[in-house]
Design a protein around this ligand. Structure first.
Ligand code: ADP
Length: 354
């Protein structure tokens, strides 16, 4: 390939996600196959600042493709946001001869990747978060596993709900994104789903449960995204008080972040890991891996970040100035499509929950 890369670093940062190990493995094996050495950096950017890293050989990443969590550990490192911390990280890269980095994590991790890139350490991001809240990619690593864990947990709850003719209100993770809640609600046949992206008619839902109970339905499941704050527990009480159906509340919380990654997440992690290394060795930097139209590709981190901000309505003055009219139109079209996809899924959930 005739490139300048002799050694790269790989790290996992921010909230962990099943499939991070599979991504580290793919990055390591691909780099080694291209004749490039690999340093595994412990604890995200903290390991870069505090010089906590080991050389990874092919055998160091054996037998991890199926493991949850991240064997490189993850951390939230505030020091990395300071210029002093950043300089320490760059010094350590120089000391170890690290010519580029693959940073596996969420949007915070990509901001760190940009900071490294603009200071001369080419860095590529791989999106790994159960929340699926990176707008530029159809899927993030960990999302599929998290949804399957929710299915497993709620199927168990359903067993006992049917036995006792109960309702269960289940809160699931997702930060500001309702993706986990919406998709699992459909796959579980939940009677209602509450997500931050769509208005929710609580009165109508209570009425619906009352009516369905009269009609003979024994068990009910309501899925609530954690992005709708301080709602789920109170709503469970309300259902019980107003319908007479015994209703339990459950917060699945971090259990959904663990476990062995699904086939889908192992595949995504492997494809993205390979592609990330090839992009880095081809001289690219400041990019994030994406799956778009089912294909693995990249977009600039700044594009991904502005797209997220546009989606959340948090764009700041002048942020779009760097983009052409054509790019801005493309961003707007992507946002419209995403909103439409969510609205369509929500309709599907409602229509099948009777
Ligand atoms: P995630 O990557 O899952 O979104 P965080 O938001 O916690 O998780 O970000 C992970 C890490 O990335 C932070 O602990 C910090 O080290 C680094 N980071 C986050 N934001 C920035 C930033 N603005 N500049 C530099 N580094 C950042």
């Amino acid at each position: 390939m005739g490139n300048k890369f002799r050694k790269i670093g790989v790290l996992t940062s921010g909230g962990d996600a099943p499939g991070m190990n599979a991504a580290v493995r793919a990055v390591t094996r691909t780099a080694l196959a291209r004749g490039v050495e690999v340093m595994g950096i412990y604890g995200g950017y903290r390991g870069l600042i505090h010089d906590d890293m080991i050389e990874l050989k092919a055998r160091n990443v054996s037998n991890i493709i199926w493991r949850g969590g991240t064997f490189l550990y993850s951390d939230r490192c505030l020091e990395f946001k300071t210029e002093e911390g950043m300089q320490k990280a760059i010094e350590n890269c120089k000391k170890h001869g690290i010519d580029g980095i693959v940073a596996i994590g969420g949007d915070g991790t990509f901001r760190g990747a940009t900071d490294l890139s603009v200071r001369g350490i080419p860095t590529i991001g791989i999106p790994a978060t159960i929340d699926n809240d990176i707008t530029a990619t159809e899927n993030t690593i960990g999302f599929d596993t998290a949804m399957n864990t929710v299915l497993d947990m709620c199927d168990r709850l359903r067993d006992t709900c049917v036995s006792h003719a109960r309702c269960n209100v289940v809160e699931v993770m997702g930060r500001g994104a309702g993706d986990i809640a919406l998709n699992t609600a459909i796959a579980l046949g939940a009677v209602a789903v509450v997500i931050p992206e769509m208005p929710f008619d609580a009165d109508a839902t209570v009425e619906k449960i009352r009516h369905l109970r009269e009609d003979g339905k024994r068990s009910f499941l309501v899925i609530v995204s954690e992005g709708v704050e301080n709602f789920a527990e109170g709503f469970a009480k309300r259902i019980q008080d107003e319908t007479g159906v015994e209703t339990k509340f459950a917060r699945l919380a971090h259990v959904v972040r663990g476990g062995s990654p699904t086939l889908g997440d192992r595949m995504l992690a492997t494809k993205m890991g390979v592609h990330a290394v090839d992009q880095l060795l081809a001289g690219k930097s400041n990019l994030v891996l994406c799956q778009r139209d089912s294909k693995i590709t990249t977009v600039e981190i700044v594009y991904s970040q502005c797209l997220d901000r546009m989606y959340k309505g948090t764009l700041k003055e002048g942020m779009l100035d760097q983009f052409s009219e054509e790019k801005i139109a493309q961003m707007k079209a992507e946002i419209e499509q995403k909103k439409k996809d969510i609205a369509d899924l929500y309709t599907l959930a409602e229509e099948t929950a009777r």
